[in-house]
Design a protein around this ligand. Structure first.
Ligand code: BGC
Length: 717
């Protein structure tokens, strides 16, 4: 209890007092819901009273003052999946992809801090946030939870969220380590990709997030990587995470992701989470047996315990344990709205239809349950939002198709709509307009509403959930037909998309304005209206490529659809060239490129300069030469030497400029972004040579190529 000692020293003193039984207790987790559930053998009776109906629980050791760990899902707000804590509402943040679309790590830090505070104020100590698997397939059911397709963007955004969460003195994770990039067969698939390609893509994203966020724990994933389960994968856990990255925290398993005792313990797993989800107990008695017969060394158990205890000291859980109190919900809702506003992407705005500053006399608002709220994604990250009532659960346009081979269905039946309603926000923003709402189920009714209005706004939904991928990128049900019919009836039609990720837009040529609002959370209704009416100048940028068709994807057909529970491989033919890099390599023209997003203003980028040497540095002037204040994001991309190298994002700068204002932005690249990973020498290698550098406003609208020379350099892994 001497806070002047460092966390490692304190942990060591504590370990010296612990019996082997106590150590074994600290590395075994239980499902946090009282009595267990259909999914899980519950926690033993002696712990039932302490369970908080959250995702997980690790009993403390009162004799030594070690507090219990209460784990909650929380990437997008404090989750309350299936409403297991009736009435426990929390601030619903926008989806992870919406957060990534802000390209604004400072704001995402604030959202993380709000989330961390809501965890702490409930007495929770471990926040299972930081979901950040690379979006290798936009159909992936958790695309909405993750942070897009680029390692730098995903790592930066997830790292910022984690740092924010932990600023509230609770522990955060990053997850799911690693290559858990689709839901179909997530427990059966093996992600097949070479080490160099993995290090330069998915693993680099985690490396960046861990450097920036210093998460106390890393959650290993369900899937296998090159044939070996993530939670017993010595390459991922022992070599990459702990040896190369010198990660000092602990590795906890995903719920039901452990398959062995000796292999897991010796490969680097430090804690079996929610052990009732696993086929059998693997830590506890079997681990004691492995220690007794020498197949797991006592030092390994000590290392597991040390990692957990030192992290608890680092985060202040022992000195200053979380205690329940009321949260600053009003403040958190304001932050959630700022995130939503910063992440909304204006995709199309022909004839400057938006913003609606011309005071339309009548507006037809159509579809998407816009009278109720904004859609959210399903699964373990599901928040019961502030203002939630069961009336907010509806089926959306079309059946939810659970693909064969998908993980077991999540226990959430309804589709949760986060208050507050965009319809009400539109009514508030346009008090003089006559506003009609048509729910969109009857296309003829919607068409007649649109015909009689100055402007038609169609809200369209694509629901995504953990546990299954979407079958394709089309808006479900009759929504495409609805949009086409409304656009034919009213040339001033605006489509607001509330989607987990990219969707196809067969009606695009006939719809003058399209706004991608994602799953925008509790502040989403107001944020959307603020963008539509010009209170907010949109500044979000796509964190993921919107393909023109599924045929453009590296795997046009989702692997594993016919696996029916059998093991199968997912061949990552794109290697490290995920998303926009694949599109460039294959000369494919997407519907909307990575990094794209319009503004109501206009900006000019000029005077770009780039320098080389040890790394690439870029600077450029950005001028607001329009008439409205707004934020511009200057994106920098580099092309390494060699044939066939697509450009890679090396940095960006998002700045707010008043009309007429000019600012010079500077971006210095992390050299690993243009390096090759040399597997045989276990190092990054930056080749000497000519690197192309371009700046611009999306991966496809870039200024002239500049050339710099980089020195040869090697960096530790
Ligand atoms: C998910 C994790 C989540 C855990 C606990 C798993 O199904 O993959 O992201 O943290 O459940 O709810």
């Amino acid at each position: 209890m001497n806070p002047s000692l460092d966390p490692d020293a304190r942990a060591a003193l504590l370990e010296a007092q612990m019996t082997q039984d106590e150590k074994l207790r600290l590395v075994l987790g239980f499902f946090g819901v009282k009595g267990g559930s259909i999914f899980s053998r519950g926690a033993p009776p002696e712990y039932q009273a302490e369970l908080r109906n959250t995702a997980g629980f690790i009993p403390g050791i009162p004799r030594l003052g070690i507090p219990s760990l209460v784990e909650s899902d929380a990437g997008l707000g404090i989750a309350n999946s299936a409403n297991t804590r009736p009435g426990d509402e929390a601030t619903a943040l926008p989806s992870g992809l919406a957060m990534a679309a802000t390209w604004n790590p400072d704001l995402i830090f604030q959202g993380g801090a709000a989330l961390g505070a809501e965890a702490r104020d409930r007495g929770y100590s471990v926040v299972l946030a930081g979901a950040m698997n690379l979006a290798r397939d936009p159909r992936g059911g958790r695309t909405f939870e993750y942070a897009g397709e680029d390692p730098l963007l995903a790592g930066t955004i997830a790292g910022a969220e984690v740092a924010g969460v932990q600023s509230a003195h609770v522990i955060s994770t990053v997850k799911h380590f690693a290559l858990n990039d689709q839901e179909t067969g997530r427990r059966e698939l093996s992600a097949e990709i070479g080490e160099a390609e993995a290090r330069e893509s998915d693993l680099l994203a985690f490396e960046i997030a861990i450097e920036r966020g210093a998460p106390g724990a890393v959650m290993c994933a369900y899937n296998r990587y090159n044939g070996v389960y993530s939670c017993e994968n010595p390459f991922l856990l022992n070599e990459v995470l702990k040896r190369d990255w010198k990660y000092p925290g602990w590795v906890l398993s995903d719920w039901g992701a452990v398959h062995s005792t000796v292999e897991s313990a010796n490969s680097g797993l430090d804690q079996e989470s929610a052990s009732g989800f696993d086929r059998q107990l693997y830590f506890a008695a079997p681990l004691a047996q492995a220690l007794a017969d020498g197949s797991v060394a006592p030092a390994r158990l000590d290392d597991m315990v040390h990692r957990i205890l030192r992290t608890m000291f680092v985060r202040g859980l022992v000195d200053n344990p979380p205690t329940p109190r009321l949260s600053d919900i009003a403040g958190h809702l304001a932050t959630a709205q700022l995130e939503a506003e910063d992440g909304i992407v204006l995709l199309r705005n022909e004839g400057a239809l938006l913003p609606l500053t011309s005071h339309p006399r009548s507006i037809a608002v159509i579809g998407g349950h816009a009278d109720i709220g904004v859609l959210s994604g399903g699964g373990s990250s599901q928040v019961m939002p502030i203002g939630h009532s069961l009336a907010n659960e509806f089926p959306v346009g079309g059946p939810v198709i659970v693909l064969p081979g998908g993980a077991r269905a999540m226990p959430l039946s309804g589709h949760v709509f986060d208050p507050y309603s965009p319809l009400v926000a539109i009514e508030t923003a346009a008090p003089e307009a006559h506003i009609i709402y048509a729910n969109g189920e009857d296309i003829a009714v919607a068409v007649s509403a649109a015909k009689n209005a100055d402007v038609a706004i169609v809200f369209a939904l694509q629901w995504m959930t953990e546990g299954s991928d979407v079958p394709n990128l089309s808006l479900p049900g009759t929504q495409n037909a609805l949009i086409a019919a409304v656009a034919a009836a009213n040339p001033r039609t605006i489509v607001v998309l509330e989607t987990g990720g990219p969707v196809l837009m067969p009606w695009l040529a006939n719809v003058p304005a399209v706004v991608e609002a994602w799953y925008a959370g509790n502040g989403g209704g107001d944020a959307t209206a603020n963008v539509l009416f010009g209170e907010v100048n949109p500044s979000g940028r796509l964190p993921i490529t919107f393909p023109a068709s599924e045929d453009q994807l590296p795997r046009p057909v989702l692997p594993g659809l016919d696996a029916h529970g059998a093991w199968f491989d997912v061949d990552y033919v794109e290697g490290a060239d995920v998303g926009y890099r694949w599109f460039e390599k294959k000369n494919l023209v997407p519907l909307f490129p990575f990094g794209f997003g319009l503004s109501y203003g206009s900006f000019r980028i000029d005077g770009a300069q780039a320098s080389g040497g040890a790394t690439i540095a870029v600077s450029a002037n950005v001028t607001n030469d329009g008439s409205v204040e707004g934020k511009e994001t200057v994106e920098a991309y580099a092309v390494p030497p060699g044939p066939d190298e697509p450009a890679r994002l090396i940095g960006w700068s998002k700045i707010d400029l008043a009309p007429g204002e000019t600012h010079r932005v500077s971006i210095t690249a992390d050299p690993r972004l243009v390096a090759q990973f040399e597997v045989d020498r276990d190092r990054w290698h930056i080749a000497k040579g000519d690197y192309g550098v371009r700046v611009g406003t999306s991966s496809q609208s870039l200024g002239d190529m500049m050339h710099v020379t980089l020195d040869e350099q090697v960096l530790p892994p």
